[in-house]
Ligand binder design. Structure first.
Ligand code: FO1
Length: 316
């Protein structure tokens, strides 16, 4: 079993590749829920939806979030009523928020709702939220502490980041299906997808049971660098790294994760960093990590899985 930790767009793209190369019983995608929030009365889980839409092939390839072939009648009607339109909800997307919100109100768990929604979208691989209870990313900035979507969408990531906290992580409730996987002893490797380390992966690793499982692991953790050539292919990761005093490079990401990661996959544009990363006692695979098509996602996933399964020479 390979367990992939995924957040937004980068995570979803590698999840698609992994799902193309691994059968359903050999892959579980654990998704960040720190971006979740209540908006206009809806419970919204952006990263769960991005992973689900992308695995189902119905994601909006331009924005990286929401659905393809979307219509916006709800938003234009809302605007006429003077409602909040800074967070855009498409008509098709709205159906998922409505189904999730009413199921949560009936006491159905987020992981059960996710399983049901994923199967409705014809997804056969397991997509599991990191927690069935609320964990909310709070962004500490030079403008005070902001909720995630306020920072990310309403303020377009402009405030200077000073740190993050994940409210609710201490009492996070890991879904039963994930608890069983962590206890099964059948996990061959964990793959950290090229998602934003701070806002997509750190919330998952802030869940105590997941953090302890990774710390005491008897399997390798392989991470794909979300920074290529000094920039994040999507989103504010490089800006955040600079604001937090990290070098916005693949080596900076390696140092950020430290001994939580055993092997690194970096892009060929960063090949010059290979030896510096090996000096951090990490095995390194240099390849094309830019997933600009489903075919490229599949090729990268094949290499990552092979790298995960090779016995490391002397390293974990
Ligand atoms: N991101 C934006 O920048 N603007 C939006 O209006 C927006 C709407 C939206 C609706 C549903 C959804 O699932 C995601 C949406 N996102 C939007 C992206 C969202 O803020 C991010 O996907 C994550 O929270 C970070 O990966």
């Amino acid at each position: 079993m390979i367990v992939a930790l995924a957040g937004g767009v980068g995570g979803a793209r590698l999840a698609v590749g992994l799902a193309a190369v691994l059968p359903p019983r050999s892959l579980t995608v654990v998704v960040n829920t720190g971006d979740d929030f209540e908006h206009l009365g809806f419970a919204i889980s952006p990263d769960l939806d991005t992973v689900m839409y992308t695995l189902a092939g119905v994601n909006n390839p331009v924005t990286g979030w929401g659905r393809a072939q979307e219509t916006w009648s709800f938003m234009s009607a809302l605007e006429q009523l003077g409602g909040e339109t800074w967070f855009r909800l498409g008509d098709r997307d709205l159906a998922v928020h409505a189904v999730r919100t009413s199921a949560l109100r009936r006491g159905v768990s987020l992981s059960e709702i996710t399983r049901m929604l994923a199967s409705r979208f014809g997804i056969r691989h397991a997509v599991v939220p990191m927690s069935d209870s609320a964990v909310r990313t709070r962004v500490k900035t030079d403008r005070g502490e902001l909720s995630f979507q306020d920072y990310f969408v309403r303020l377009r990531c402009r405030p200077r980041v000073e740190g993050f906290r994940f409210a609710g992580s201490r009492k996070a409730r890991v879904p039963l299906v994930l608890q069983r996987i962590m206890r099964s002893g059948k996990v061959q490797a964990v793959v950290i997808c090229p998602s934003n380390p701070y806002i997509s992966i750190a919330p998952i690793l802030s869940v105590p049971a997941i953090r302890a499982w990774i710390r005491k692991r008897d399997f390798p953790v392989i991470a794909v660098s979300p920074i290529v050539g000094g920039v994040a292919l999507k989103g504010p990761a490089a800006k955040m790294m600079r604001e937090l005093g990290s070098a916005a490079t693949a080596l900076g990401v390696v140092r950020y994760y430290g001994d939580r990661v055993d092997r690194w996959v970096i892009d060929q544009q960063d090949a010059r960093l290979e030896h510096a990363i090996e000096r951090e006692r990490k095995a390194v695979l240099v390849t094309d990590t830019v997933m600009s098509s489903r075919g490229k996602s599949t090729r990268l996933a094949k290499r990552v899985v092979a790298f995960a399964r090779t016995l490391a020479s002397g390293k974990q």
